[in-house]
Design a binder for this molecule. Structure first.
Ligand code: LLP
Length: 387
C-alpha cells in the first residue's frame, strides 16, 4: 500500500483526503488491456466508480471506452477527451434532456431499460432527425452471489427489461424506425468474487442471443457489464484483480459468433488504487466499554460501510507503537451508522495519528456528500509525492 511507504510524509496534507496510487492504476490498466487484447474484447470504464479528472486522463491513455449512467457522467467523459463512439449510457431513468444530449453526441449506444424508454428514444431520435444506436439492457435473472444491496440482474430488480417482455414485444421493438438495435447489454451486479457466476451469465447470454437472432434482431455487440470483485480483506495480496480468469471463463463459455464482446469495469480498475487517509481526533470509551477511535473522516467521504455494511481494511500508518488494541473506528457525522469498522486491531492509536482506509478508490469519492456541510475531500496522487 502506497500509504505505508509514505507514512509520516502524509502528515503534510490536510485530512481527510484520498490518496491515489497512479502507478498501481497504470499497472492495473496494463493488465486489463493486455488480457482483453488476447480475445479482442472491448473494455469500458464505468465512470460512476470514480470521475476524478487525473484518473480519467490516465484511463484515457490506455484506450478504454466509457460506461456512463447520467448526462453529467457523459459530459464529464467527453470533456475528459473520450471518444463518444466508445461510450455507452445505461440507467433505468434517463431524463429527456439527458437522452437528447446523448443523441446529439452520437454515442456508441444508449442502453435502454424499458419498452417505454425505447419508444421515447425513438421519438426523440425522430425529433433530432437521426437514427440512433441503442442496446437492449436485458435482465437475465441471475444471482450474482454478492451483497444484496449491489446485485442488479435478478428478476425483481429495477434494472433492465425482462427477457420475456422483449420476446413478447419483439415486433413492436423492431418497428421503432428511428432506432438501430445494435447491442445486447446486461450487468448482473458488483463485487462478484465467485467467478462461476459469470459462467452462468454466459450460458444465459448464449440463449438470449440465439433467440434475438431468430427473431431478426441484428445484434452486433454483446456487453456483459462489469462486476469483477476486488480483495477488500487483504488488498496487499491482490492489488490487481484477476482479469485473466474472468476473460478466460467468458472465452470458454460465451458463444455469440463473431460479435464484439464488451465489458464495463469500475471497481476492478480503480478500487485498489485509492485509500482514504484520515487523522485520529479523539479516543474515548463508552459506558459499556466500547473503545472508540474518532477520526476526521466519516460516511460523507466514504459511505460504503454505513450504506452496505461493506468492509474496508484499516491500518494506522504513523503510530510507532508495537502493541495493538481493538477499536471501533467512527467518523464525525451526526449518524449512529457512521462507523468504519468495529473491533479493528490497530497499533495503539493517539490523537494526530494517520489511518488508511484501504481499497477506497471505487465508489468512495464518487459517492461523497456534503452532509453536515462537510467539505468534500481532496486528492493526493502518488506520482506527485517524492518518496
Ligand atoms: N455497468 C453498469 C451498468 C453498472 O451499473 C455498473 C455499476 C458497472 C458497469 C460497474 O460495475 P463494477 O465493475 O464497478 O462492479 N456503489 C456500490 C456499487 C454500485 C455499482 C453500480 N453499478 C458499491 O460501493 O459497492
Amino acid at each position: 500500500m502506497l500509504s505505508r511507504q509514505l507514512g509520516t510524509k502524509l502528515l503534510a496534507y490536510d485530512t481527510p483526503f484520498y490518496l491515489y496510487d497512479t502507478a498501481l492504476l497504470r499497472q492495473t490498466l496494463e493488465s486489463v488491456v493486455y488480457e482483453s487484447q488476447r480475445y479482442d474484447y472491448k473494455v469500458h470504464y464505468a465512470i460512476k466508480a470514480n470521475y476524478d479528472k487525473r484518473l480519467l486522463s490516465i484511463i484515457r491513455e490506455y484506450g478504454l471506452g466509457i460506461d456512463c449512467a447520467s448526462g453529467n457522467e457523459l459530459r464529464t467523459a467527453i470533456e475528459a477527451g473520450f471518444d463518444p463512439k466508445g461510450i455507452v449510457y445505461a440507467g433505468v431513468g434517463k431524463r429527456d434532456k439527458e437522452l437528447r444530449y446523448a443523441i446529439e453526441c452520437g454515442i456508441l449506444a444508449i442502453n435502454c431499460e424499458s419498452i417505454e424508454e425505447l419508444e421515447v428514444v425513438d421519438a426523440l431520435a425522430a425529433e433530432a432527425g437521426r437514427k440512433v444506436d441503442v442496446a437492449l439492457r436485458i435482465n437475465p435473472d441471475i444471482d450474482p452471489k454478492t451483497n444484496h444491496c449491489i446485485d442488479t440482474g435478478q428478476a425483481d430488480s429495477k434494472f433492465g427489461i425482462s427477457y420475456e417482455e422483449v420476446l413478447e414485444n419483439a415486433d413492436r421493438i423492431k418497428g421503432l424506425g428511428n432506432l438501430n438495435i445494435t447491442g445486447l447489454h446486461l450487468h448482473i451486479g458488483s463485487q462478484i468474487r465467485e467467478l462461476h457466476v459469470f459462467e452462468n451469465m454466459c450460458n444465459k447470454v448464449n440463449v438470449i442471443v440465439r433467440n434475438l437472432d431468430s427473431l431478426g434482431f441484428g445484434i452486433r455487440f454483446v456487453d456483459v457489464g462489469g462486476g469483477l470483485g476486488i480483495n477488500y480483506d487483504m488488498p496487499e495480496n491482490e492489488p490487481i484483480p484477476n482479469f485473466a480468469s474472468l476473460f478466460s471463463i467468458v472465452h470458454n463459455h460465451l458463444d455469440v459468433g463473431g460479435r464484439e464482446v464488451h465489458f464495463e469495469f469500475g471497481r476492478s480498475i480503480v478500487g485498489q488504487c485509492g485509500e482514504l487517509i484520515t487523522k485520529v481526533l479523539f479516543n474515548k470509551t463508552t459506558a459499556t466499554g466500547r473503545r472508540l477511535l474518532i477520526v476526521d473522516a466519516s460516511m460523507t467521504e466514504l459511505i460504503r460501510p454505513a450504506l452496505y455494511g461493506a468492509y474496508h481494511n484499516i491500518e494506522n500508518i504513523t503510530s510507532e507503537e508495537e502493541a495493538t488494541k481493538k477499536y471501533t473506528v467512527v467518523g464525525t457525522a451526526c449518524e449512529s451508522t457512521d462507523v468504519f469498522d468495529e473491533n479493528v486491531g490497530l497499533r495503539i492509536s493517539a490523537r494526530g495519528d494517520l489511518l488508511t482506509v484501504k481499497s477506497a478508490g471505487a465508489y468512495g469519492m464518487s459517492m461523497a456528500s456534503r452532509y453536515n456541510l462537510h467539505d468534500l475531500p481532496g486528492a493526493v496522487y502518488g506520482d506527485e509525492i517524492a518518496k
